[in-house]
Structure formats: structure tokens, C-alpha cells
Design a protein around this ligand. Structure first.
Ligand SMILES: O=C(O)CCC(=O)C(=O)O
Length: 311
């Protein structure tokens, strides 16, 4: 999925500006994906150097064993999570399901009026702050510590959405292999709300090392690669197609792992998506959470508070 987010009156200026710089470099000057991200990110880092340092130090001082449970390696860039591995998952997907059911009951037709009618959020951003079980999962320390170590700094929870992929026949946009360009690295945490099988448009990706081979081979920058092109190089066995019962999840770096999903579903797929990005994400307007309120409600510690704050 391409970078997205909400512009609100509280969105710090540096995110708006770095996004503008990135879009200008990419669209007007046709600068390639990675150099454009680096240049626009430099602006964001320069505007908040102390916060950047604080987050780096906080990640470095995490105990060696913390985050080990869901560690993502730099060479693979992903970790699959079984449905019972995180106790916070079940209450969170119950809330996500209730949000989805309420939207369906209210007559929100799948895909109606949406740009991408094969994948869209039923709810997202600060609207989800009221759902404490979802927020608790977003700051689960086993996950947060694993992500902090992978990114080398305590991240921000940039976005949370309840994502719906209705049945469709298309093969366009994020239904084809691509990399996200919000930042050079990021981690998306998907949890399926219902069982997902081959008919429900499972999320599919190629781990980092093989993705890098594909990027070189096809001279990939910001476009799309077809399923056939990728299969022709890495075979079926080089692709991870995530299926499983409700509650199955995964952490994946969608900026480094080529991926696609919601491709010609026959049944509706509902997923809870929690996105972690560096604090200096250049090409996405991060969610502004009601940090102080959540801190009191959920009894957040220092690392969790950092993850829900843009300071
Ligand atoms: O599962 C999908 O529909 C793909 C989503 C995607 O491309 C993303 O979240 O970056």
C-alpha cells in the first residue's frame, strides 16, 4: 500500500514538509525511491535531532533478551506470529470485528465510493484510540521491543486500521508485487480477524534477501512486478503466503520485502493493521494520538508512551 495518513491541525510541520519534499523529488524531479526518501528524511531528522537520539538510545538500552520472542532479522525482515502467541491479540481482534460488523450493519457497502475498492480501511487513525484492546496490542512490549531493535530506535505507531478486502476480480495497485515508500524501513503488524485461506486474498511477500535480488534483476524502483515475474525468479517456494486461523499474524518490513495481497479474493478478508515507522518517517503523515489520555488509561511505560507520541 502506498503511503497515506491524515493531515490534522496537530500534524507537526516537519512531516508535512518532508512529505512535500519527497513528492517533489519523486514526481517532479523523478529522483529514485531510496535517494528521495533519504533526502526528505534528512530534513525531518534535522528538525528533531534530540528526539531521534533519545529514541536510538532507548532502543540501545533495552535488555539483550527483550524483543527476542518476535525478533526480525535484517536479512529476512519478517516474523510470523501464531494465533495464540500474543494474549493481547484475541481481545484486539474482537474489537476489530465489532468495528467491521457495525460498519456493515450501518450499510457501509464494501468498496463503495473508495479509490481502491479491493482494499480499504473501515476505521483508522485516532478514531481507534477509544478501542483500548486494540491500543494495548499496538504497544505490546514483545512486539514493540522487537520492532525497536530491528529499526534501531523506538518507533512511532504511525497508523492503525481495520482493513477490509472484499471479493474482487482485479489485479492492480497493491494487488501486485511492490515495495512501500513511506520510509527506507518500517514494520507492519497484520493480524487476521477471520480465518484466511487461499480464497481470501492472503498477504504474500518475498523476504528481504530475495527481494533485493529481484529489485536488482528488474531494476525495480516504485512500480509493480507481476506475480509471474516474481515466481519466474524465486519460484513458489521463495514466496511466503500467510494463511491461518483468526488471530494469525505477522510482522513484515513492507519497505524491504516485495509484497502484495487482496488479489482476486473470493471471500472477504478483514485484518487489523498496526504500522510502526521511524519517528522521522518522511513520506507519511503519522497519526496524532491522544498520548496523555492513553498513558493514563492503559498505564503506559516510557517506551510505550514514546511509541504513541511524536515528541
Ligand atoms: O494485503 C494486501 O492487500 C496488501 C497490503 C499492502 O500492500 C500493504 O499494506 O502495504
Amino acid at each position: 500500500m502506498d503511503a497515506e495518513g491524515f493531515l490534522t491541525a496537530e500534524t507537526p510541520y516537519r512531516y508535512r514538509m518532508s512529505r512535500r519534499i519527497n513528492l517533489f523529488l519523486a514526481k517532479k524531479l523523478k529522483v529514485a525511491r531510496v535517494p528521495a526518501i533519504r533526502a526528505s528524511k534528512a530534513f525531518n531528522v534535522l528538525m528533531s535531532p534530540m528526539a531521534q537520539l533519545r529514541r536510538k538510545r532507548a532502543a540501545e538500552s533495552l535488555p539483550a533478551a527483550s524483543g527476542a520472542k518476535f525478533a526480525l532479522s535484517q536479512e529476512q525482515g519478517y516474523r510470523l506470529i501464531g494465533p495464540t502467541e500474543i494474549p493481547d491479540v484475541l481481545p484486539a481482534i474482537k474489537q476489530a470485528e465489532a468495528i467491521y460488523n457495525a460498519a456493515v450493519d450501518a450499510g457501509k457497502k464494501a468498496g463503495q465510493g473508495k479509490d481502491k475498492n479491493y482494499l480499504f480501511p473501515m476505521a483508522r487513525g485516532a478514531d481507534l484510540a477509544q478501542y483500548t484492546d486494540i491500543m494495548r496490542l499496538a504497544v505490546n512490549r514483545d512486539v514493540l521491543d522487537a520492532v525497536s531493535k530491528y529499526l534501531g530506535a523506538v518507533p512511532i505507531v504511525s497508523q492503525i486500521s481495520v482493513l477490509v478486502s472484499p471479493p474482487n476480480e482485479s489485479q492492480i495497485g497493491s494487488q501486485l508485487y511492490h515495495l512501500d515508500f513511506a520510509d527506507e524501513k518500517q514494520v507492519k503488524f497484520f493480524t487476521y480477524v477471520h480465518d484466511v485461506g487461499p480464497e481470501s486474498g492472503p498477504f504474500t511477500f518475498v523476504p528481504v534477501a530475495e527481494s533485493e535480488t529481484l529489485v536488482k534483476k528488474f531494476g525495480y524502483d516504485r512500480g509493480r512486478l507481476s506475480l509471474e515475474e516474481v515466481t519466474g525468479v524465486v519460484g513458489e517456494s521463495g514466496q511466503v503466503q500467510v494463511m491461518g486461523p483468526a488471530g494469525s499474524g505477522f510482522l513484515v518490513d513492507t519497505s524491504r520485502c516485495l509484497h502484495y495481497g487482496s488479489n482476486r479474493n473470493k471471500t472477504t478478508r478483514v485484518a487489523l493493521l498496526i504500522q510502526y515507522t521511524p519517528h522521522t518517517v518522511p513520506e507519511q503523515l503519522p497519526t496524532v494520538w491522544p498520548t496523555e489520555k492513553l498513558k493514563k488509561q492503559l498505564g503506559l511505560d516510557e517506551i510505550q508512551t514514546m511509541a504513541l507520541s511524536l515528541d
